[in-house]
Design a protein around this ligand. Sequence first.
Ligand SMILES: [Zn+2]
Length: 461
Amino acid sequence: MRRRLRLLGAGLAVLVGLVGGLVAAAEETPEWKVGLARVKITPEGPIWMAGYSARNKPSEGVLLDLWAKAMLLEDKAGQQGLVLSADVIGFNKQVWDAVVERVGQKTGLKREQILLAPSHTHTGPVISLGGESGYNMPEDQQKVVHQYTEKLVGQLAEAAAAALADRKPARLSWGWGVAHFPMNRREFTSRGVILGVNPSGYADRRVPVLRVDDAEGKLRAVLFGCACHCTTLTGQHYVISGDYAGFAQEHIEKQFPGVQAMFIAGCGGDANPYPRGEIEHVRKHGPDLGAEVCRVLQGKLQPVRGPLRTLQESAEAPLQPVPPKEELEKLAKGPFHVAYNAKRMLAALEAGKQMPPSFPVPIALWQFGEDLTLVGISGEVLGGYVLRVEKAIGPLNLWVAGYTNQVFGYLPTATAIAEGGYETRGLYGQVVGFFAPEAEEAVAAKIRQLAEKAGRKMPSP
Ligand SMILES: [Zn+2]
């Protein structure tokens, strides 16, 4: 009996979701066209895994398949934007450029029309097209990683082309829910800020949800976010998975068969799931987040209308003067990317190389009419940036994402830089250096400039 009641409840929930869409459908003809596609990107064999330097062997088996998914949006004037989500750690500049080029060849889309959304899973493969990766991989594994990444670039381009070909009339709406497991991880101790648990620190717990309905008001796809590292599983785990983001997508797609669920990370550079470390934790956080997205989908959502404007520029974020050699030598004995970065800086110093005074932080800004602004900041963006962006361009109709397009290292706030800790000690890709406190203002100013250009209604500065 209880089971029958549960089934009835689930049936009613689906019905409510459908009817909600149907009511909207009767109002007007849809102004959007949306195309969808997906491709499985689970590595075919053992591969070196990303996110933890301590791993000493390639992956062993698969806990959950990895996916890349494409969503092509087209407004009624024909303006297009493509979201490409993938259950991988992130894309460096070289891989981002390669994806832009290949997707461009297949679809004609330009860089500013493409938004890469890696989940930052720490149980996925290393993504690299060669060059330094920061991992102690044996040579044969470097080849495996390179081949996997080459193939992935092609798969993303194929998915983009398939989504373009799949365009159908659609209606967009959005809303948000709340996640309870993201935890600020900058723990203050007598030894300084460590990677730990800080319940009184800030974490953005908002779960933004973009709903895509077909012309009949039937749910077709959902794009949702969460601002938290995909680090429920740790360096002790050697199974491939999309961490909580992968399990959340799976949960939603089970609730709504045929619907494509896509994840876009938020500014979770300084947030870890809590608790973490066990497979049972990922099996809880993922479905918990998925269930929240399903709840939001069945509630009242705000319409998202066009026109669509997609912008992509970079903020020149100042770097600190190069620290003295002695300090770098100390940092070179520190954890993972801190040591990696310090060693690269020492090598550059020894080679007599000039250090750059700033680093271009890519910023994407998608404006949906007057209804929604999606800001995609590149890098491992700290949660404090959400508050900074809200201050810069107003908190309403705003979705702030991180890790989009290029991941170059952490993007710390001025406050975090003053406090110190893991997230403040440098870039690990492309160039070497440490962000200066002024980087935050440079990023905020660029976002405001882009928002003005895109026609977002904003409070006066
Ligand atoms: Zn990270």
